[in-house]
Write a protein that binds this ligand. Structure first.
Ligand code: DX5
Ligand code: ZN
Length: 228
């Protein structure tokens, strides 16, 4: 039923890393596919995380590509700084943009700068309005918690959006990835994988265990089995 990307991609969220020992933390997940980097501005979401300087530090520490998740207003004002910091992919929220044409414009700008372009939708946002712009996007991030904090419970009802996206992407013959973020763990990843997710963000489930690398591999194995 689903034909997602070749192999499931696991992206540990740096938000749950030990910032007192960031290098050690990131080195523990050197078997991950991407590093997910959450940027929060205290305005788009009720929390503040960090900015381009820390993203740049992460880029210097790790060999993995950086998957930046901008939970900020006016993302267009900041993307140049995050690209300069080493972002390989930038996800911005459609709710932070005035209209769909602005979403397309920013996605095109990111691609013109050699950065992958992705958009995210909050739990209360419908995905249907964006199916016609999928060719402009390298990835769509479905939030499975309200953005702002790690460690929240997985919202299973968000998987309906994944199914809708999977059908739209496959029927249009696109290679746009579907990412999910929030509450992903060994208990929830199989359902997300079966719905058609390609890339899985996991924060507390990875960094909250004694052996984060083993957890990355466990999540990958569970997702692989659930898609077959
Ligand atoms: C939440 C962030 C997530 C967060 C996920 O707003 O976008 O990336 O770090 O954390 P867990 O995996 O603990 O739900
Ligand atoms: Zn995130």
């Amino acid at each position: 039923m689903t034909t997602p990307a070749a192999a499931p991609l696991i992206a540990p969220s740096m938000l749950a890393a030990d910032f007192g020992h960031l290098e050690e933390s990131l080195n523990k997940v050197s078997n991950a596919d991407w590093i997910h980097v959450d940027i929060m501005d205290g305005h788009f979401v009720p929390n503040i995380s960090f900015g381009p300087d820390i993203a740049k530090t992460a880029n210097q520490i790790t060999d993995q590509p950086l998957d930046l998740h901008l939970m900020i207003t006016s993302p267009e004002k900041w993307v140049d700084q995050f690209i300069a910091a080493g972002a390989d992919s930038i996800t911005f929220h459609v709710e932070a943009m005035p209209d769909k044409s602005a979403v397309v414009e920013l996605a095109r700008y990111l691609r013109s700068q050699g950065c992958r372009a992705a958009v995210s939708i909050k739990p209360g946002t419908a995905v249907e309005d964006y199916l016609d712009i999928l060719p402009e996007l390298d990835m769509v991030l479905v939030m499975s918690v309200e953005p702002g904090f790690g460690g929240q419970s997985f919202m299973e009802d968000q998987l309906a959006k994944v199914v809708t996206l999977r059908q739209a992407i496959d029927s249009q013959g696109l290679d746009t990835l579907i990412e999910i973020d929030g509450g992903i763990s060994a208990q929830t990843i199989e359902k997300a994988a079966a719905a058609g997710v390609d890339m899985f963000v996991a924060g507390s489930a990875v960094f909250g265990t004694p052996d984060p690398a083993a957890t990355v591999q466990e999540l990958r194995d569970l997702a692989t089995a659930a898609r077959n």
